[in-house]
Design a protein around this ligand. Structure first.
Ligand code: SF4
Length: 313
């Protein structure tokens, strides 16, 4: 008899008519999380799906007014809400709702067509970075890693994140929306084809940006010859093969590359924040790609540490 009454009271707690607002929210959370994990929804940004669900009249009415719905009507309201959510999640509208999710998953790579945005100052040069030939990258389509067959000019990402610098996080808006690059215009979470087509268009290169500045282009070419990404990669491979035997050579290479960029910055009065467009990321910064970091001692000497606190190579 006692078991039976416990069963009945458990049943009544699990019935929407007995839910207070906290239990309603907890059940709603579980339901939406499950909906987002459904296979048909995996390629669509979850923020986008949530946004669509929250626009439905059922959500506006039921979620906002749960406390005011009479107990006897809550089951119907709950069913209405679930049906509307399922429907909304399966009918992705062919329009960008600026949910910001694409902009959190990576910044755009620029195409030749975007050069006009640089020349007009709509995209400032100091917000750009060059990824050099041979650097590891991830496909914007399936996230798979690959090696860059050619350099790419990218908008910067926020420190430690993959989020584009132009995304205003608090309001989920692009600060250059009207003048956003070609790749962002083609990005459509409901249809991957326009973005794939755009990837066939010519990419922007440093030779386009610095066209006519022959001396600068010669210096960039010289930097590539002496400090190409392959040189760094080979040095770290040898470091691993020789069990740290060539550490001094690696440090010499890092130091040479740093002096190269410092010399050019001083000589041509190029602001430090533009140097990553000119030469890509410094070798010292890229050491983390190989599991190391460079630390400078108070006397100016440098050491290479395995990228775990306190471990030296
Ligand atoms: S430029 Fe704008 S639209 Fe493009 S990724 Fe950055 S924030 Fe998003």
């Amino acid at each position: 008899m006692q078991e039976e009454s416990e069963g009945i009271s458990e049943l009544s707690i699990n019935h929407p008519s007995a839910w207070d607002i906290d239990r309603f929210r907890a059940n709603w959370f579980v339901f939406v999380e499950a909906l987002l994990k459904e296979e048909t929804n995996l390629l669509i940004p979850s923020r986008r799906i949530r946004w669509q669900i929250e626009q439905t009249p059922a959500f506006q009415e039921v979620a906002a007014g749960w406390d005011k719905i009479k107990g006897s009507q809550r089951l119907d309201a709950w069913k209405r809400l679930l049906l509307a959510a399922e429907e909304a999640s399966r009918t992705i509208l062919p329009a960008c709702v600026q949910c910001g999710e694409c902009c959190r998953m990576g910044s755009p790579t620029l195409h030749l067509e975007d050069l006009v945005l640089l020349r007009s100052g709509k995209i400032p040069w100091d917000q750009l970075i060059t990824l050099r030939k041979g650097e590891p990258a991830h496909s914007p389509f399936d996230g798979k890693p690959f090696v860059l067959p050619q350099e790419r000019i990218k908008v910067r990402e926020k420190d430690g994140l993959r989020e584009c610098v132009f995304l205003i996080s608090q309001i989920e808006r692009c600060s250059i929306h009207v003048d956003r690059p070609v790749q962002c215009r083609a990005q459509a979470c409901w249809d991957p084809i326009p973005a794939r087509d755009t990837a066939e268009e010519p990419f922007l290169l440093r030779e386009h940006i610095f066209e006519g500045a022959d001396l600068l282009l010669e210096i960039i070419a010289e930097h590539e010859t002496r400090c190409g990404f392959a040189a760094l990669s080979d040095a770290f491979e040898e470091l691993s093969r020789s069990n740290g035997g060539n550490v001094q050579e690696v440090l010499r290479l890092l130091s040479y590359e740093e002096h190269f960029r410092q010399f050019v910055s001083d000589k041509f009065k190029i602001p430090a924040q533009n140097m990553e467009l000119l030469f890509g990321r410094s070798f010292a910064r890229m050491s983390t790609l190989f599991g190391f970091r460079v630390v400078e001692e108070p006397d100016g000497t440098r050491r290479l540490l395995v990228d775990e606190p306190g471990v030296q190579a």
